[in-house]
Design a protein around this ligand. Sequence first.
Ligand code: MSP
Length: 467
Amino acid sequence: MEKFYVTTPIYYVNDIPHIGHAYTTIAADVLARYWRTKLGEENVFFLTGTDEHGAKVAQAAKDAGQQPQEFVDSIAPQFEKAWQELQISYDHFFRTTDPRHEREVSDILQKLYDKKYVYEGIYEGLYCEGCEKFLTEEDLVDGKCPLHPNREPQHKKERNYFFRLSAFKKDLLEIFKTEQVKILPVHRKNEILGKLAGELKDVSISREGVGWGIPIPWDKSSTCYVWIEALLNYYTATRFLAGKKEFWPADVHLMAKDILWFHTVIWCALLLAAELPLPRVVFAHGFFTINGQKMSKSLGNVIAPKELVEKFGVDATRYLLVSEFPFGQDGDFSLEKLKIRYNSELANNLGNLIARVAKLCENVGLSAPESPHNKFDEQVTDYLETYQFNLALQTIWSWVDGLNKKIDSEKLWENTAEKQGILIEIVGGLRKIAFNLKPFLPETAERIEDQFRGPKISAAQPLFPRI
Ligand code: MSP
């Protein structure tokens, strides 16, 4: 692979950043950091951002007593700030209100229209504003959208432009089956293939009466349906960041399972219609709950990334979020569980190891040999390249345990001066741990590297104070 392009969904600005958004964004950051080390900074592109148009955002602006532009301008920086607090190394923060995006979207829509992939019709049916999605009968649970059971679906009858999605059914089945576009995890691919085998209807790509959007170029009385322009962000970003390498197609789109259909079926059909290359991998991770409940404003259980950062620190937050359960599976978080893991895995296992070794080195005046570690372990590489973050971390933690055991079995605190060979070996092990931790815990990795470098190793502040 010569370049790596990773994306997160662009998040709706009707909400403020929470740990659901942070989960995907940290995973993307881990991948970006890993590939930068392998391919060089200039060959990696990491895109995240905000989805700022549509009825839902317009309503949120109204509720806040603001004009939509003013409103989105106040929320988007909160996402940027949250990501900076988590050390997210994005290359570009995308906003769909960027005029360059608006121009590109117009051009693509016009192209689809000229190629007769778009036609005018009447949409009649239900719409969930929470999802910004047209609902079919099969989507409903007790007459409501299952994701927004507190909102009444809206009945719509409006003049819309439709995209001939149905024309792409055969091609889509083929590209997903042959893994020209790889849908991961595999059970998600099977779900998409199963659903795709049923009837595939054309989809509306415009909205009438939603002023807050990108105008349809040939009919300015309508605006582009928010999902269509949102998906296009992945491509348009690579267009207007001229001067950069050619990054399209994406190497992996990350998101939760809630929006996988859009990112596979709709997105790939749009790309086929526009004759653009297809993404390589679309990975849908699971959805998590907090203490068994869906995170929601009305339940008051939404956790902002900042809350975790204040409690645990940046690196620990990153670690705890990506390692709690396998990427791809649903799970549940609780602050209590996170605290237990923080104390045992970070404060005790890793933190103590570093402190013990530093102290032993200081006691005997050990200077670190010049042999920096600069290669990812093969097993860690395999896990990272197959999105198994928790297993990559488990592998690294097995080394941590191994070194702790070695210190105990060798009773390294007794006659340390005579056991310098073992101590040097352990310092080598720590450097290997630090290097492999870089994508996950960038600050910690750097601190460990700094501490065990140079002629004089000395004890330092604990990496993870117990809480
Ligand atoms: N704006 C659309 C995406 C357009 S991308 C072209 C959108 N935005 S969203 O703000 O609702 O973000 C949804 C995404 O946030 C999920 O796909 C996932 O990445 C992340 N998550 C939000 N809550 C989450 C959980 N509780 N658990 C896991 N991921 C979560 O949909």
